[in-house]
Design a protein around this ligand. Structure first.
Ligand code: SF4
Ligand code: SF4
Length: 169
C-alpha cells in the first residue's frame, strides 16, 4: 500500500473515536495541545500526510524537524477534527514496530506513548483505562500503516526517537 493511502485510511479510522467516551481535554485543560515552556511543540507527520496540509490551515506551520528530519507540524493549540494530524489522533497511544527490520513481515505493538507521561493524566492507568473503541481503532489504524513500506521505515525511526526520549527522561 502507498503511504499516502495508508495515512488517509488511518486518519479516517481515528476521525471520531477519542481516548475516553467523554472529552478528556476537560480533565487536563487539553494539556497535550499546549506548547512547552519554550513555546515549542508539534507533531511529526506520517509519510504522505503533508499532502493533506497544502494549503496549511491558518495558524499551522510545517518544517523539517531538527532531531528526526521528518516534517514537524505545529498548530495554534486549537484545531478542527479534519485538520488534526494522525499523531494527535493516536495520542496517548502510539504504534511501535515490534520487528527489528521494517520489511513486509514487520508487526507492531500498540503502546502508551512515553511522551504522554509528563502531560497526560490517562498515562498512569494504561490502555485498560481507555475507551475500547479508541483502542480498537488504533489497532486497525496501526495494521493499515504497517502495510506501507515507507511508513514502516518511519515507524522504525520513530521507535528509535522515542527510545532516546525515554533515556533522556
Ligand atoms: S493530555 Fe491526555 S487526557 Fe489530556 S487531552 Fe490529551 S489525551 Fe486527553
Ligand atoms: S493539532 Fe489539534 S489536537 Fe493536535 S496538538 Fe494541535 S490543537 Fe491539539
Amino acid at each position: 500500500m502507498e503511504a499516502a493511502e495508508a495515512v488517509v485510511r488511518s486518519r479516517e479510522l481515528l476521525a471520531w473515536v477519542t481516548p475516553l467516551n467523554r472529552d478528556c481535554g476537560r480533565l487536563c485543560g487539553a494539556a497535550c495541545c499546549q506548547p512547552d515552556e519554550d513555546g515549542k511543540g508539534g507533531m511529526l507527520l506520517f509519510p504522505g500526510e503533508n499532502a493533506l496540509y497544502d494549503p496549511l490551515p491558518p495558524g499551522f506551520t510545517l518544517a523539517p524537524d531538527r532531531l528526526t528530519g521528518a516534517l514537524l507540524l505545529t498548530c495554534p493549540g486549537m484545531c478542527s477534527r479534519g485538520s488534526r494530524p494522525l499523531a494527535c489522533r493516536f495520542f496517548p497511544l502510539i504504534p511501535l514496530l515490534s520487528s527489528p527490520v521494517p520489511d513486509d513481515s514487520a508487526r507492531f505493538t500498540l503502546a502508551m506513548d512515553v511522551r504522554a507521561r509528563p502531560v497526560c493524566p490517562l498515562s498512569a492507568s494504561g490502555m485498560a483505562g481507555l475507551s475500547a473503541d479508541f483502542v480498537t481503532g488504533c489497532r486497525e489504524a496501526g495494521k493499515i500503516l504497517c502495510a506501507s513500506q515507507e511508513t514502516r521505515v518511519f515507524l522504525a525511526m520513530l521507535k528509535e526517537h522515542l527510545r532516546k526520549y525515554r533515556a533522556f527522561l
